[in-house]
Ligand binder design. Structure first.
Ligand code: URA
Length: 445
């Protein structure tokens, strides 16, 4: 390991064998944290080229279990988001795609910090479980075209260990390390089609759009080289996605969306990601055809029926899909009045996510429990006009004091001014395999 650190410090290329040795011996504890810290810092300064990044991804993928989805018929699709506020996309996209006949065999995670997670949202349906045996997972996808499981403990354990180390050594923000971390888990999850939603803006991990694009290109390239059908969409996360932030509120918004009443910005993201999946699966020739199919599927009621079927298949109560008023409500509903008159210039997504976390709706650490019924509903979005005193948002709280603190935070998150403004385009870029594979640049740094 000493020699490998020295080699990378000099900017030399590590071989496939060296990278596999480093990853496997670090995972089993032979290589200590202090040597791996020196290596990740050397990588931050010297970078990894394409070959090294692919080798690192594959070694981390192979450090634990790789799901075998070969008993599931057809091309399996998965979607991954880099995390946002109000991001309930999987709750709508997964049943929608499954209702159109594409198998969705997905692993999801829980929320952490100001961003939410799909599993917490699915668990809003009483009885719902993501703890599925491989047998049941396979059977469900073959029978109803959809299953979502929690990540198994042994999925890419090298990444789990390395990510915790990067987190405390200021080495998280290196592109090849981020890309290999995300893609190792996606590749181990076994789907044939992987569509990435890379968020950019104030509420996103990648605040700068140029960085988001670069990360998306690297991930698409790695996935393509690993034999997957890949695409990525860069989407705006300067303000929360849709109107609802908070688990139950978001589930209700997802059900509304599957009933044809989804917020415009949110549905744009759903259709953009869904189009890539349909096109990669060979089920649509172009985006127009894909969007037409998805709109029809929602209008016919098939997508919402699929959600109910999926909830029931994983032990949840499907009656909540048909009667969302059954979901538990928070004790206090506090209106947030506009402090001035004018146009909403900005809604700080991260501040809204943090307010939701303060209400108890998000986790501060991986071990924290969460309150599913709290959250924030935004009545106004960027570009909307408001009178002074008009309700811009509604806070749902179970503790009055926390509700009042959230009210103050939300008021601060809204920036109101005289200038008429247009919100950012939701879809900032789309990246596919053909565009990145023609890119002559062989170094990622
Ligand atoms: N998310 C991941 O899974 N890995 C990273 O390195 C960064 C974000």
């Amino acid at each position: 390991m000493y020699d490998l650190i020295a080699k990378k410090k000099e900017g030399l290329e590590l071989s496939t064998e060296e990278i596999r040795f480093m990853v496997l011996e670090y995972t089993n504890g032979t290589i200590p944290d202090y040597q791996m810290s020196a290596m990740t810092m050397a990588i931050c300064f010297q970078g990894l080229n394409k070959k090294e990044t692919l080798d690192l991804t594959l070694a981390m993928r192979d450090s634990g279990d790789c799901l075998d989805l070969s008993r599931i018929h057809g091309l399996k699709a998965d979607k991954h988001s880099t995390g946002g506020v109000g991001d309930k996309t999987s709750l709508v996209l997964a049943p929608l795609i499954a209702a159109l006949g594409i198998p969705v065999a997905k692993m999801s995670g829980r929320g952490l910090g100001h961003t939410g997670g799909t599993i917490d949202k699915l668990e809003c349906f009483p009885g719902f479980s993501t703890d599925l045996s491989e047998e049941r997972f396979t059977r469900n996808v073959n029978r109803i075209k959809i299953a979502i499981a929690g990540q198994t403990a042994n999925l890419a354990p090298a990444d789990k260990k390395l990510y915790a180390l990067r987190d405390v050594t200021a080495t998280v923000d290196q592109m090849s390390l981020i890309a290999s971390s995300i893609m190792s888990k996606k590749l181990a999850s076994g789907s044939d089609i992987i569509v990435l939603d890379v968020k950019t803006g104030l509420g996103a991990f990648m605040k700068d759009p140029a960085d988001a694009k670069k990360l998306a290109e690297i991930m698409v390239e790695i996935g393509t080289m690993a034999g997957k059908k890949m695409s990525a969409v860069i989407t705006d996360m300067n303000q929360p996605l849709g109107n609802a932030v908070g688990n139950i509120l978001e589930v209700i918004e997802a059900i509304e969306s599957l009933s044809g009443r989804g917020p415009k910005d949110f549905m744009e993201v759903v259709y953009a990601l869904g189009s890539r999946i349909l096109m990669l699966a060979g089920d649509a020739a172009d985006e127009a055809e894909a969007v037409f199919k998805m709109k029809q599927c929602i209008a016919s009621g098939a997508a919402k029926e699929k959600l109910a079927e999926f909830v029931e298949a994983q032990g949840g109560d499907p009656s909540y899909v048909w009667n969302p008023e059954k979901f538990q409500k928070a004790d206090y509903v506090i209106e947030v009045p506009a402090q001035n008159e004018g146009y909403i210039q900005k809604i700080d997504a991260q501040a809204v996510g943090t307010a939701c976390m303060m209400l108890g709706g998000g986790r501060e650490t991986k071990e924290s429990g969460i309150d599913l019924s709290v959250g924030i509903y935004l009545n106004k979005k960027t570009g909307d006009y408001t009178k002074k005193g008009e309700t811009t948002a509604v806070v749902h709280a179970n503790e009055k004091q926390k509700g009042e603190a959230a009210l103050a935070a939300i008021q601060k998150a809204f920036c109101i001014g005289r200038e008429k403004i247009q919100p950012n385009d939701m879809i900032q870029h789309t990246i596919d395999s053909a565009s990145v594979m023609n890119n002559a640049n062989s170094f990622y740094i």
